[in-house]
Ligand binder design. Structure first.
Ligand SMILES: Nc1ncnc2c1ncn2[C@@H]1O[C@H](COP(=O)(O)OP(=O)(O)OP(=O)(O)O)[C@@H](O)[C@H]1O
Ligand SMILES: [Mg+2]
Length: 265
């Protein structure tokens, strides 16, 4: 089967400034990939490229085997890519209720009313918001707003979901809880996921493989064990050390997760 997302030798520039260079990376259908790297290394740019807002100067991007951008051109526009995205600020519509926030994208896809309502009710129940469907985002806790944002992305049944540091502003205990929920829901639905973070322990809590970017280049791609046993650069070593400091537990089946009682940093 073709990878869900495949970047082939991609170079991308803003003006004369190279931001991504010679980047090749693929994500299999249903896999969760964590994209890590220092600030300014090109993580959000890579998501914008996958979404179709910018095109690579060289190389190309395939979705399910089809070339959708390449050699300076966006060949398939963002709205045709069936991708969903969650940004750090969540961007919920404050004047719409929780269920209306979820309905918006489904209405744009012309999903019939009855199916729309069923999908929304099911999705909200799954993320523990069944009782809050008619609330406005301003009347929810931060954790509840995070749940609305992931539910709004997943209710679209996208080809893949792209998350750009969605938990950056969340405290440690809530982060562990939400990562556990994300992990379960993404696995159940077999959604291909790219999750941008600064923190390898978040990647592990999601059960994700990690791809590490530095100054627009991929320096390492693998499991936590790969990164720990042979860190490719001092930055990767620091990511591993930081995750180890956070007392990560490895479950017997080999899946990694963050301990529930993480110390506050
Ligand atoms: N529209 C733009 N025009 C010109 N340069 C840009 C533009 N957007 C981003 N850049 C530059 O491209 C580089 C990569 O930015 P990007 O936002 O992808 O980094 P990032 O890895 O997401 O960083 P962070 O972790 O801080 O979010 C940075 O040097 C940034 O200043
Ligand atoms: Mg960014």
């Amino acid at each position: 089967m073709n990878p869900a997302i495949e970047l082939c030798d991609v170079t991308l520039r803003y003006g004369n400034q190279p931001v991504l260079e010679g980047l090749s990376l693929s994500v299999r259908q249903g896999d969760v990939l964590a994209l890590l790297g220092p600030s300014g290394c090109g993580k959000s740019t890579l998501l914008r490229l996958i979404l179709g807002f910018i095109a690579p100067a060289q190389g190309h991007l395939r979705l399910d085997g089809a070339v959708v951008s390449g050699e300076g051109r966006v060949l398939q526009p963002p709205e045709a890519r069936r991708l969903a995205v969650v940004f750090q600020d969540l961007a919920l519509w404050p004047h719409l209720t929780v269920q209306e926030n979820l309905a918006f994208g489904l209405a744009a896809q012309k999903i019939p009313t009855q199916e729309r309502e069923q999908r929304i009710a099911h999705m909200l129940a799954r993320v523990g918001l069944g009782e809050k469907a008619t609330r406005y985002p301003g009347d929810l806790s931060g954790g509840e707003r995070q749940r609305v944002a992931i539910a709004r992305a997943l209710v679209l049944e996208p080809r893949a979901v792209l998350l750009d540091e969605p938990l950056a502003n969340v405290d440690v205990a809530l982060k562990a809880e939400l990562l556990g929920l994300f992990r379960e829901v993404l696995k159940e639905r077999e959604v291909t996921t790219v999750y941008v973070s600064h923190d390898l322990s978040e990647a592990m809590a999601l059960g994700a493989r990690a791809a590490v970017l530095e100054t627009g280049r991929l320096v390492q791609h693998g499991s936590f064990d790969d990164l720990r046993s042979a860190p490719a650069t001092p930055f990767v070593q620091a990511l591993v050390n930081n995750a180890a400091w956070k007392n990560i537990q490895v479950e017997p089946d080999g899946a990694d997760r963050v301990a529930d009682d993480l110390p506050e940093r």
